[in-house]
Design a protein around this ligand. Structure first.
Ligand code: PHE
Length: 348
């Protein structure tokens, strides 16, 4: 048999145990939950277990016994609730502390991709020429000898073939050395008026600071009635003003290409010094930018175009050369090495 004073003793020691453990053992809400269970769980809880001893309590004391145990339970519930609140507050404080953001810290720089300078120049040139009514024709990088040379008035054994060291894939096929090959395709398949630009990669066995075995050109071709060298000069003047600045002018110098007659080398007035002479223009006031000329009648005839009725002009420029001039790059390799330190400085 149990009596009430014995029970009260048990209750007091459980309370003391709860107080002590809650302070020292329960450091987080999970520990506290486990501990709470060990006292209040309806099956294993120490306080709940007291109720099971009811059977051993004399009948007249049962009511007081039950009341005492229930009071102890209520106290424990309240006690755990208070501690739980404190523990959770503490946990939240720690979390805020660890997740604290220093809004005064400098932001991380986001690296942003850019178009390659050659792509940028190509897009700019296409913009300028399409603005003048040209359309874009893209040829193929593998050509046969006929389109790259023969039809352009450069038959086998013609000395002008030496101007361009060619990569042959077979006796017939080669990597095009010039976008001029595209002229023939266009003139074969289109009746004048023709007004196209043709950008693309070209290949020559050539390698130094200003030459690379692979580089990019853009061809221009206009064929219509009454086209003269003046039309060429007018179009190129408009082009250089847009790409190098309003004050820029052009100068034509006699040159030779088998597929144009007359042929010219086109210089622009130096956009760095305005023509006074500087390092960029090597003191001359002029910078060579492209080759051009009036389409040779033989080339028109090769493509079945009546050279009595129609005439045309053509030009071919190197995109790397334009990019190097525009961005002050002195070695063509910089345009192919993809060194971010270089590319980052070129942002147009
Ligand atoms: N195809 C010539 C070259 O690559 C450039 C050019 C094109 C010259 C059109 C005249 C007319 O050097």
């Amino acid at each position: 048999m149990k009596d009430l004073s014995e029970l009260q003793g048990q209750i007091d020691s459980i309370k003391a145990e709860i107080r002590e453990k809650a302070e020292s053992v329960a450091r987080n809400s999970k520990d506290l939950y486990e501990m709470r269970k060990s006292f209040l769980d309806s099956k294993q809880g120490k306080l709940s277990a007291l109720m099971k001893e009811m059977a051993q309590v004399p009948g007249d004391q049962k009511a007081s016994f039950g009341k005492a145990v229930n009071e102890a339970k209520q106290w424990a519930l309240g006690f755990f609730e208070d501690i739980d609140k404190k523990v959770r507050e503490q946990e939240l404080k720690l979390r805020y502390e660890s997740e604290k953001i220093d809004i005064s810290m400098p932001a991380k720089k986001k690296e942003c991709g850019n178009l390659h300078p050659i792509t940028t120049v190509r897009n700019q040139l296409i913009d300028i020429f399409t603005g003048m009514g040209f359309s874009v024709y893209e040829g193929t990088e593998i050509e046969n000898d006929f389109y790259n040379f023969t039809a352009l008035n450069t038959p086998q054994d013609h000395p002008a073939r030496d101007m361009q060291d060619t990569f042959y894939l077979s006796p017939e096929f080669l990597l095009r050395t010039q976008t001029s090959a595209g002229q023939i395709h266009v003139m074969e398949s289109t009746k004048p008026p023709i007004k196209i630009v043709s950008p693309g990669k070209v290949f020559r066995s050539d390698d130094d600071a200003t030459h690379s075995p692979m580089f990019s050109q853009m061809e221009g071709l206009v064929v219509d009635e009454g086209i003269t060298l003046c039309d060429l000069k007018g179009s190129l003047d408009m082009f250089v003003k847009q790409i190098f600045g309003e004050q820029t002018t052009t100068r034509l110098r006699p040159s030779y290409f088998p597929f144009t007659e007359p042929s010219v080398e086109v210089d622009v007035s130096c956009f760095e010094c305005g023509g006074k002479g500087c390092k960029l223009c090597k003191g001359t006031g002029w910078i060579e930018v492209l080759g051009a000329g009036v389409v040779n009648k033989k080339v028109l005839e090769n493509c079945g175009i009546d050279s009595e009725k129609y005439s045309g002009f053509a030009f071919g420029l190197g995109l790397e050369r334009i990019a190097m001039l525009k961005y002050g790059i002195n070695n063509i390799k910089m345009l192919f090495e993809s060194d971010l330190r270089v590319l980052e400085q070129i942002d147009d």
